[in-house]
Design a protein around this ligand. Structure first.
Ligand SMILES: Nc1ncnc2c1ncn2[C@@H]1O[C@H](COP(=O)(O)OP(=O)(O)OP(=O)(O)O)[C@@H](O)[C@H]1O
Length: 456
């Protein structure tokens, strides 16, 4: 291979690094470029062969040539100016022969120009770091859990009491009842509140990804694995709380792995050899009947007992209908802020209609209905015609439709009712949403959209 001529190399160094010096192991100058000499007020002829300390004030090149410890971005004052220099040990053929020094920024103005470019990037990084940290914080406190009915207050008081313990908590209750809010509040009131709150939804993560999502993976664990590997949710939650939502949807194979982690209190990344100790509190939630699943053999009994140390039943909205006006008011306040539409209220007629509804989708359904209304109305009062069609029907029909002979109703409503029934049945009969989507012959995204639409 043809080598570059020496004078080319020198020119390349001048262009690339501007000020460069090379010393041998004794600190004798072997090379220094012209630009550096000009600044120092010397010449190459005079500097070569001299001890570097006699050529450059405050230098540390002779030290790096001895210790072989690189010094990066060190501040170096020469002739009253602060420069930023890098000093590297120089190895040739594996042997330490001296050191190379380069001045990266010759004055504050150079540094400022560079810093002006880098600063916005640092600020952006900072912003994302803070946002990420916020994501890992609990967002709701007990104060945010609205409700005054006896059954709700009992659940809330029990949750407040268990906050201070380290025991696992199992939150049960239908979908949309506020289990996640309870989990946030428990973490927020616990001694772990300064550490992360990390949520994992077992139903929304494909089975083959769940293990690496929970426990992380090492570099090269599989095709497409990130360089340096990745932390799993358990590692992210270290010293904090992990919220295992939809635990009833966790596949059996993963249940065994989860149980091992809970017993051993250590995790092993996918593709890794070492185990890491982990200190997390577990809060699990499900809308499924785990005891029935244990009997059926679809949920591990030993895992069930590990998770079910403290069980809190979050009541359905049907059981706490008296809370509906208060909940609607709280949710409307939230929507008013989000949509910048102050003073949102419910008309008496709409409120009465809501009180007659059976609320299979609980508070999430109420939230969706109110949000939809805010989107379709102009003023500040939610009226009957702002409610979804299935609530504009005669309320008696809602109760009758499943038991009596089919009433004649507009086709559009009938289709909606039938669709909602089909979704409910598929969800009840399937161990997870993927299976429900398969039974219905639709994609998972469509299933999620429809569940949101019908508040399921
Ligand atoms: N007590 C409450 N006060 C105010 N808002 C509530 C309350 N409970 C629930 N909500 C609201 O209802 C919605 C559903 O709550 P959440 O997601 O906690 O339900 P969930 O039981 O975890 O549902 P799923 O089982 O489907 O995950 C949320 O948007 C939440 O803000």
């Amino acid at each position: 291979m043809k080598k570059l001529p020496y004078d080319w190399l020198e020119e390349i160094i001048n262009l690339a690094a501007e000020w460069v010096v090379v010393v041998d192991r004794e600190g004798i100058v072997l090379f220094i470029n012209e630009a550096y000499c000009d600044y120092l007020g010397t010449t190459q002829e005079a500097a070569l062969g001299q001890n570097v300390r006699d050529v450059i004030e405050n230098t540390r090149m002779h030290i790096v040539a001895k210790t072989a410890h690189a010094e990066i971005a060190s501040i170096h004052t020469i002739k009253g100016s602060e420069m930023i220099a890098n000093r590297h040990p120089l190895y040739i053929g594996g042997e330490l022969v001296g050191a190379v020094g380069a001045v990266m920024f010759r004055n504050a103005a150079d540094w400022m120009a560079y810093s002006n470019k880098v600063q916005p990037l640092i600020e952006e990084l900072d912003y994302y770091k803070k946002r990420f940290a916020n994501e890992l914080k609990s967002k709701y406190s007990f104060h945010d859990l609205a409700g005054e009915t006896e059954v709700f207050l009992q659940a809330k008081q029990l949750a407040e009491r268990v906050s201070s313990s380290q025991s696992a908590v199992l939150l049960t209750g239908q979908s949309g009842t506020g289990k996640e809010l309870f989990a946030h509040a428990i973490h927020g009131a616990s001694s772990r509140c300064a550490f992360p709150f990390v949520r994992v939804n077992s139903a929304s993560i494909p089975e083959q990804l769940l293990e690496s999502e929970l426990f992380g993976y090492e570099e090269g664990a599989f095709t497409g694995a990130k360089k340096g590997g990745s932390k799993g949710k358990f590692e992210l939650a270290h010293r904090g709380t992990i919220f295992l939502d939809e635990i009833g949807d966790m596949p059996l194979a993963m249940q065994s792995k989860l149980l091992r982690v809970l017993q051993e209190k250590e995790i092993e990344r996918v593709g890794g050899q070492e185990t890491k100790p982990i200190d997390v509190r577990i809060i699990a939630a499900t809308h499924r009947d785990l005891e029935a699943m244990v009997k059926e053999g679809t949920f591990r009994e030993d895992l069930y007992y590990r998770l079910n140390v403290m069980k809190i039943d979050v009541p359905s909205l049907a059981e706490r209908k008296k809370d509906l006006p208060l909940l609607a008011a709280v949710l409307l306040k939230k929507l008013a802020r989000a949509f910048d539409r102050p003073q949102l209220t419910l008309s008496l007629e709409a409120k009465n209609r809501l009180l007659l509804h059976s609320w299979p989708g609980n508070i999430r359904e109420l939230e969706n209905i109110l949000e939809r209304a805010v989107n379709v109305m102009d003023g500040t009062v939610i009226r009957m015609n702002h409610l979804p069609l299935y609530l504009q029907d005669d309320p008696a029909m809602e109760q009758r439709s499943s038991t009596e002979e089919t009433a004649i109703i507009p086709l559009k409503h009938a289709v909606q009712q039938a669709e909602k029934q089909a979704f409910k049945a598929a969800l009840n009969r399937s161990p997870n949403k993927t299976e429900a989507a398969r039974l219905l012959g639709i994609g998972k995204t469509k299933l999620y959209d429809k569940c949101r639409e019908y508040g399921l």
